[in-house]
Design a protein. Structure first.
Length: 619
């Protein structure tokens, strides 16, 4: 890999009373910076940029004052002008002028040191649909409730500027500029500062495997940002390992540093890391993690991968030959649970049985596939997870993908009974793994989370057609009209309805989540996360029990999928009911069967249900 040493930061940076502009455009012989009036339309002046070795260009412009703001674009080789790919602010959207601005904000979070992996309870949030306003600041009044529930970190779906008014965020094209419709840089600062005041960490979902199809101007500067040696589902991969790769690696790594250093984020969730192709050493994922941690200045920074390969190397320490990330989304647990309780069998669900034995095995190991052949692909998948701590795995029973990638964006609660939802939740929250909730899950929200975009008309038409073709082969969606991603109604239908959470149908679920998360945080047996402190086993064909031990205590989580469970407790073991998911206070039918059974030394569960028992040997 040809290395351009000492690549200085690109974009627009303040130096005393000046703005210094730098770009990388090695395929062009000249460049200029174009300054705009406040209307973002009228060109004020065009200034030539000075060529520097390595294909870089530089210019300096005066900009005094504590709130100085300069609107600009760049022209290269007589083409353009184009927005700055390194822009920190895009107040007029991804096609408008970039903004160089001094953002004055008084942080108050100096005492916040982050959250350890052992204490992580994540809630995934899409800023645009989490509130009616769809902004960073509108989330602030919701933070206290999340923390009191037992959430310790919010994970914000991608914030990098994307085209249009709404989007999931995975079509972002400006790695450095928080989305303007969410509130831009200042709005994000206010949200994170407020989150820290409530004891909540903030994880940012960062997309470094591709850029969106509209508003990506990197190729206008140079095609060297991409390579045809690596192909992704979105086209050519980023050139992080070929000739002239150093500036491309800096594009990514400095973005990761920025979220941590400038916005005080506590970590990153890296999207689809299996699509970040790098044949060099060190791998770009390792560099991202290491530089993000350094940018934290001693604060606890967590870097989490989303990766479908079940590859333990991602989270193996660097000194043991790994990439050194902190955790990885392990979706096998979700797939087994969904197959068991909802009966899904299309697509990748073909690879999962949903049997009690396979759920128990997944709980014991962290993921299901560790080298076996996938029936769906005919290829082996996964590596052994047995050397990894439980805190290396993020488990869920729903997330934005597993909801939004369904044809209608329907949540888990539409496919399983309330009783099943409660039972699944108990197993998720009381397992030793890091639990991830999707916003509204804590009250079994009915609001759908659909796939939505706001692209230009031509691209939007292709997206709509592609979405409908995608589900044409799914038997469960035959003849159904798939919601149009481009329709404003699709976006608006995805906004959370907070009014429902206090109704009888939902309030009990919220109380269950509060109690389960309190148990997870406080009970000695549930605080233990080390391998050897937990064990799951099947009980017949349709039930399982997860046993947790720690601090001289023992907790067992009994989960029934269907039918009636009648299981004798071991001789000499007394059990105390901690909670049953079918108790009336949680919205259940009463849970009398559990108490009646325990009175005669038996675990009894009817239909989908869970019971949490505290045990101590009578000896």
């Amino acid at each position: 890999m040809k290395n351009l040493a000492n690549v200085a930061p690109l974009g627009a940076l303040f130096e005393e009373n000046d703005v210094v502009f730098r770009i990388w455009a090695p395929d062009h012989d000249r460049a200029e910076v174009v300054l705009y009036d406040a209307d973002a339309v009228t060109e004020r002046v065009r200034l030539p940029m000075q060529a520097e070795p390595g294909g870089f260009f530089r210019a300096r412009v005066g900009a005094s004052g504590p709130e100085a703001s300069v609107l600009y674009k760049f022209g290269v080789g007589g083409t353009g002008p184009f927005p700055d790919p390194y822009s920190r602010s895009q107040p007029f959207g991804v096609h408008g002028p970039s903004e160089a601005r001094r953002f004055s904000f008084a942080w108050t979070d100096q005492a916040f040191g982050g959250v350890s992996p052992e204490d992580l309870v994540l809630q995934e949030i899409h800023v645009g649909t989490a509130t009616a306003e769809g902004t960073f600041e509108a989330l602030i009044p919701r933070l206290s409730e999340l923390r009191s529930l037992g959430i310790t970190a919010i994970e914000l779906m991608p914030l990098a500027s994307f085209p249009g008014r709404w989007n999931w965020g995975y079509d972002g094209v400006c790695f450095y500029a928080p989305q303007v419709s969410y509130g831009g840089p200042l709005g994000l600062m206010r949200l994170i500062d407020a989150a820290h005041a409530h004891g909540l960490a903030v994880i940012i979902d960062a997309v470094y495997n591709h850029l969106g199809p509209d508003g990506n101007y990197l190729r206008a500067y140079t095609r060297r940002y991409f390579t045809d040696r690596h192909q992704t589902p979105w086209g050519e991969g980023l050139n992080v390992d070929g000739a002239d790769a150093r500036p491309v690696r800096e594009l990514v790594a400095r973005s990761a540093e920025m979220w941590i250093r400038d916005y005080h984020a506590d970590g990153l969730r890296l999207d689809a890391t299996h699509e970040i192709r790098d044949d060099s050493d060190p791998h770009i994922l390792r560099e991202i993690a290491e530089r993000a941690r350094r940018a934290g200045g001693g604060k606890r920074i967590v870097v989490i991968a989303e990766d479908e390969r079940n590859d333990e190397r991602l989270v193996r320490p660097v000194d043991k030959g790994g990439l050194g990330l902190d955790a990885v989304w392990a979706d096998d647990f979700h797939h087994q649970m969904r197959r068991a309780f909802a009966g899904d069998k299309d697509g990748y669900f073909q690879d999962f049985s949903g049997s009690a034995a396979d759920i128990a095995r997944t709980l014991n190991e962290g993921w299901s596939y560790h080298g076996q052949t996938s029936p769906r692909t005919g290829k082996p998948r996964g590596t052994s997870p047995r050397s990894l701590e439980s805190t290396r795995f993020v488990h869920c029973i729903q997330n934005h993908d597993q909801i939004g990638n369904r044809a209608f964006g329907d949540r888990l609660g539409e496919s399983v009974s309330p009783a099943a939802f409660r039972a699944m939740s108990a197993l998720l929250l009381l397992s030793p793994y890091v639990p991830l909730l999707f916003m509204g899950q804590e009250w079994n929200a009915k609001t759908r989370f659909q796939y939505f975009t706001d692209h230009n008309a031509e691209l939007g038409r292709l997206v709509t057609e592609g979405r409908r073709k995608e589900f044409a082969a799914f038997a469960s969606f035959q003849g159904a009209e798939i919601p149009d991603p481009q329709a404003e109604s699709t976006f608006l239908a995805s906004k959370l309805s907070y009014e429902e959470r206090d109704t009888a149908e939902h309030a009990g679920v919220r109380e269950l989540y509060r109690e389960l998360l309190h148990l997870r945080a406080e009970h000695p047996a549930l605080r233990a996360r080390e391998r050897g402190t937990f064990e799951a086993r099947a009980v017949g064909e349709d039930a399982l029990v997860l046993t947790r031990r720690g601090g001289g205590k023992e907790v067992s989580v009994w989960v029934n999928v269907r039918g009636k469970l009648r299981e004798k407790l071991p001789e000499g073991l007394s059990a105390q009911l901690i909670l049953a998911t079918e108790e009336a206070r949680f919205g259940g039918a009463g849970g009398e069967a559990v108490r009646e059974g325990l009175a005669v030394g038996e675990v009894r569960l009817d239909g989908p249900a869970a019971a949490v028992l505290g045990s101590r040997s009578s000896a």
